[in-house]
Design a protein around this ligand. Structure first.
Ligand SMILES: Cc1cc2nc3c(=O)[nH]c(=O)nc-3n(C[C@H](O)[C@H](O)[C@H](O)COP(=O)(O)OP(=O)(O)OC[C@H]3O[C@@H](n4cnc5c(N)ncnc54)[C@H](O)[C@@H]3O)c2cc1C
Ligand code: HEM
Length: 393
């Protein structure tokens, strides 16, 4: 394997480069068509195997993304494996996806040692599902490829951890914050204010990023929540919507001033582009828009929001108070709007000049981005409140 970018996270120190020309790249490329139809079976075998072999790894994973139909996290990993195998000659195509994965991993606190656990269990699953098709040579090829991918992610994550710790008010790992205030901003939504127990601050981050909450509660796994305040304050705010049967959102809605939670520094790739912006949200998708309005009001030209009714609309007052134009659509009174009609009726004047920032439930994101693309929007950015890579590209 000499000359390849990496063989083992622990063995190699060579920098991440393209895999083209490596023996393992050729093996992975040649066997990708056989593995692709089996990838869901491999992933379905992998997670239970890893959870039973390693409680340490299990503690990262939200059961809802594993066991609720559709199992979004499994779909995201399956898509990532197929995309990697088919793009192994030119990994530049995967840059955006790797960034998304690395930011999520950093919020969760994934460390290089965890990659060995993933590698070992994934290889066992590939062997188990593919059976005799995995000759020693094929097994070695896939093993090297997974290790090379892990090395890429580890390097990206080391960079992100260092950047976030180096920012004003930044920190590494999970730090304790105290609830300093709670404010109901809609029927099902409460904005929580967290201040660092160590008194450090102000805290910088990029507007649009999420903090990751690690509750000090038996059986809890981490959850991401968009930061709703502007950077540079001595606190961080987020706004969880109460989800029926939801473990973390229910706990957060029961929190009182003085309660302590663990918080990872903000990470995430959703951010303003610096060009004029139109914000389009539905439901609790209003959270990044609130942060953008607080942080860069001059960039925001128009705000579109869809909700059940006025009372369910988070941050309505903040949206109304901005100098941007607004269009609010309430489905209890007006029915479900057609995305194309919203674009035609409210967003058309902004198509040439503005970038579009969308956040809301998956059908809203799919319909609005399709309608915006069809109308000629040049730049559309999506924030997904779940495994973003669950949908194939
Ligand atoms: C980048 C990002 C930003 C986000 N920002 C926000 C935000 O600003 N505000 C916000 O409210 N949310 C946000 N989210 C979503 C948030 O992280 C949580 O997913 C959400 O709060 C639900 O978490 P929960 O613990 O309450 O529910 P969970 O416990 O995760 O449950 C979710 C649903 O799955 C069901 N479920 C749970 N376990 C199982 C099982 N084993 N089998 C079948 N069904 C099951 C539950 O009944 C519930 O209906 C964001 C997510 C991401 C990725
Ligand atoms: C080569 C190795 C790995 C690959 C290819 C990979 C891939 C992915 C992908 C595609 C996602 C979904 C991102 C999204 O759609 O938003 C994800 C999320 C995640 N990854 Fe990894 N990952 C790897 C290693 C690890 C390791 C070592 C851990 C820790 C044990 C880990 C834990 C997680 C968790 C907990 C999530 C979020 C799941 C959730 O929403 O509950 N991953 N990863």
């Amino acid at each position: 394997m000499s000359g390849c970018p990496s063989t083992a996270i622990v063995k190699s120190t060579s920098p991440a480069v393209t895999m083209s020309g490596c023996p393992f790249a050729a093996i992975v490329k040649a066997t990708a068509p056989a593995v692709a139809p089996k990838v869901r079976e491999i992933v379905d075998d992998f997670y239970p195997r890893m959870f039973s072999n390693s409680p340490e790894a299990k503690a990262f994973f939200n059961p809802a993304n594993q066991f609720k139909e559709p199992p979004l996290q499994r779909m995201a990993l399956a898509n990532a494996v197929v995309a990697y195998a088919t793009s192994i000659d030119d990994l530049s195509k995967l840059t955006g996806a790797l960034e998304i994965i690395a930011h999520k991993h950093c919020g969760l606190g994934v460390k290089p040692r965890h990659y060995s656990i993933v590698h070992q269990n994934l290889m066992e699953s590939i062997g188990h599902v593919m059976g005799d098709a995995v000759t020693p040579e094929v097994g070695e090829g896939w093993s090297e490829a997974v290790l090379a991918l892990a090395k890429n992610l580890c390097e990206l994550e080391a960079k992100l951890y260092a950047e976030s710790a180096g920012r004003r008010g930044g920190w590494k790992g999970v730090k304790d914050f105290r609830v300093a205030g709670t404010r109901r901003v809609a029927t099902d939504c409460v904005e929580l204010t967290f201040k660092p127990v160590d008194g450090a601050g102000p805290i910088d981050f990029t507007p649009g990023q999420f903090l990751t909450l690690h509750l000090h509660k038996q059986g809890s796994t981490p959850r991401h929540y968009t930061v709703t305040n502007a950077p540079g304050k001595d606190y961080l705010q987020c706004c969880p919507k109460l989800v029926e049967g939801g473990f973390v959102s229910s706990a957060l809605h029961g929190m009182k001033e003085g309660d302590v939670v663990g918080v990872s520094a903000p990470f995430g790739t959703f951010k303003l582009s610096g060009r004029p912006a139109v914000l389009c949200s539905a439901g609790v998708g209003a959270t990044p828009m609130k942060c953008f309005l607080d942080s860069a009001p001059e960039q925001v030209k128009f705000v579109l929001h869809i909700d059940r009714d006025e009372a369910a609309h988070p941050f309505r007052k903040e949206m109304e108070a901005s100098s941007a134009g607004t269009h609010f659509h309430y489905t209890d009174a007006g029915g479900r709007p057609e995305a194309a009609a919203l674009v035609e009726g409210a967003l058309k004047p902004y198509l040439a000049e503005c970038d579009f920032f969308l956040c809301g439930p998956p059908p809203f994101l799919a319909d609005m981005s399709a309608a915006l693309k069809a109308a000629g929007a040049r730049s559309i950015h999506l924030d997904v409140f779940g495994p973003a890579l669950a949908q194939p590209n």
